[in-house]
Design a protein around this ligand. Structure first.
Ligand code: NAD
Length: 294
């Protein structure tokens, strides 16, 4: 039986690890939060005393951590003690620069590595339908693909080290900008006396069509499952959208890309978060645009 080390058993990591257990892998897990370890144990994960122990007998180690600094600190800890040829998969959403540093640490110790951030949220993690965007060598990707399968709806090899993180932040910049665009259109429609349903019926089959409108509609009614219908409970929290938009801006500054709408979206989500709405779904930005969220 293949053993997988899983470090970071939070909102995403725990359901992902549970799907690996269901698929027949032995999963050795670790997290800093005792409550998360209890959930992991209930899901059939073998709970270990620390990250080094979780990685020790594993052929593959998956990390699902908050940010780049956590990933680099865990890699510095566990990489020197892992067996040569072990595959490290980092599925956290982190900055491209830290992702490349993580690959370098793994390479220095004779390990294979890929960055493989995900989209699909906690619902996708539970259902095993996440989209994985992977960066790394062909050899590392080939070894990772079957392991990602039980957690995935789709797996895309985006290129070399860091390409998965690059794809993730570019995608989420589109998402943040498009959600604001759709929300602004509904706010304007309200002022013009146009019903939500009428705008939806036209735009969803016209050139304004996009995921933020047709799947995640920011007003209640037209798309019954969108978070707007449950008072903007996430879904995808505004705090995480802000995190990803900031990562995109950092990458834009470092690479010299001009992204004025991405910058504006980051500013608007920062204000929305500052008003205390970080835990709300990111489509709740429509309340901020109407001026009724304070
Ligand atoms: P989370 O905060 O629920 O989980 C992160 C876990 O990492 C926590 O349980 C924390 O205790 C643990 N941790 C931190 N440092 C550790 C260490 N040194 N050793 C062991 N465990 C450690 O966050 P999440 O929602 O599960 O997200 C994880 C990552 O996935 C983030 O990078 C996030 O941006 C990304 N992501 C989240 C979502 C989502 O909808 N939640 C969607 C896509 C991507």
């Amino acid at each position: 039986m293949t053993t997988i080390g899983f470090i970071g058993l939070g909102n995403m990591g725990n359901p992902m690890a549970a799907n690996l257990v269901k698929a027949g892998y032995a999963v050795h897990g670790f997290d800093l939060v005792p409550e998360n370890l209890k959930t992991a144990r209930d899901n059939g994960v073998v709970v270990m005393a620390n990250g080094v122990a979780a990685a020790k007998d594993a052929e593959i180690v998956i990390t699902m951590l908050p940010a780049g600094k956590h990933v680099l600190s865990v890699y510095e800890d566990i990489a020197p003690k892992a067996a040569k040829g072990t595959l490290f998969i980092d599925s956290s959403t982190i900055d491209v620069d830290s992702a490349r540093k993580a690959h370098a640490i793994a390479g220095k110790h004779g390990l294979l590595s890929i960055d493989a951030p995900v989209s699909g949220g906690t619902g996708g993690a539970a259902a095993g339908t996440l989209t994985f965007m992977a960066g790394g060598s062909k050899e590392a990707f080939a070894k990772a693909e079957p392991v990602l399968q039980p957690m995935a709806g789709r797996i895309v090899h985006c290129g070399d080290a860091g390409a998965g993180q690059a794809a993730k932040i570019c995608n989420n910049m589109i998402l943040g900008v498009s959600m604001i665009g759709v929300a602004e259109a509904f706010v304007l429609a309200e002022k013009l006396g146009l019903s939500h349903q009428a705008l939806f019926d036209v735009a969803s089959t016209s050139s304004g069509q996009c995921w933020s409108l047709t799947t995640y509609c920011p007003v209640p009614g037209p798309v019954p499952n969108s978070p707007a219908n449950r008072d903007y409970q996430p879904g995808f929290a505004a705090a995480l959208m802000l995190k990803d938009l900031k990562l995109a801006q950092e990458a834009a500054q470092q690479s010299g890309a001009v992204t004025p709408l991405g910058a504006e979206a980051a500013q608007l989500y920062a204000l929305f978060n500052a008003q205390g709405h970080g835990g709300a779904d990111f489509s709740g930005i429509i309340k901020f645009l109407r001026g009724d969220s304070a």
